[in-house]
Design a protein around this ligand. Sequence first.
Ligand code: ECH
Length: 323
Amino acid sequence: MAFTIESAQAMFAGSGLASPIPGILANFEELSVEDRLAVLWYAYTETGKSITRAALGAASMALVEGMLNDIKVMSKTEQTQVMFDLAGRVDTPLGRTYGYFSANTKLGFWYQLADWMNEGIVAPIPADYSGSADALLLLEAVKKLDGGQQIQVLRDIVVNMGYDPTVSPKATPKAEDFQLERTEPVVTGLTVEGITDATPLAYFEAMNRDDFEAAIALFVEDGALQPPFQKPIVGKEAIIAYMRSEAQGLNMMPSRGITEYLPDGSKQLKITGKVLTPWFGVNVAMNIAWRFALTAEGKIFFVAIDMLASPEELLNLRPPSYK
Ligand code: ECH
């Protein structure tokens, strides 16, 4: 039985709980722009305490610098308008420029604005705004998430701001946009309880060295990678472009896994563990599952990265019916 992307997506279906994140993101979309910014401000000041942003590559802010400097010299009213337009995805020149930034560049942009807000250089949010009942409810839901889930929510919202004139497929983000440097030592010499297969171990070690060439060499030509809450990215070229832009400096700490052997020699594996992002270092560990579909030759046909709904899922690898 050969895998298809659809069959691989369904691997270990039902072995995880439904994540609260898609619902929270959908509710966020229903809020007014004022409410959105207020929720982001409070969510950020809660989690932001633990941000130990990695050192940024020297060239990395060049792209956003012009935009940030324009904002810096604006009046407070204009600054607020820019933020409203970005949050409301209005078609403006600034919104379009933002729309083309890679995820890390967008995060770096807001990170700088947040600093400037605290220093009084940029208009604060929200000076005299207390938030609607819906906004407060959403904030309560965000507070109940673990740290890893909270930063995922923040990241998804920031990525979807601005005006994006491209219809899918999205313009491939450029790696040189924004380089993040490692803050934590690279995790090497991994052992994963229950996993002896060389391919996933080689994958984790390559990713932990930011050696995306070595990681991509483990995939079949039309292989696919599915990031959390996203559609699969198909084909080696698209995957490596994505990795260069989004996976720099990540530390992957897989801890245990299970393997299912299929009659034709192919395998499906589920591995759980923690991932650190250079944005937060050791302050926030994300609970993650990787679901690999490996061909009989040991190549990666598909890997899905899932954000776990609860830490218990790190241990419960099988659906209830297997128990
Ligand atoms: C202020 C108010 C106005 C509006 C806004 C504000 C600023 C907000 C700021 C937010 C900053 C947020 C940050 C979030 C960073 C999140 C990072 C995450 C990373 C997750 C990575 C994962 C990796 C998974 C993968 C694995 C693989 O094996 C393959 C590759 C890959 C307050 C001004 C907006 C400043 C910095 C969640 C899960 C494991 C798929 C990448």
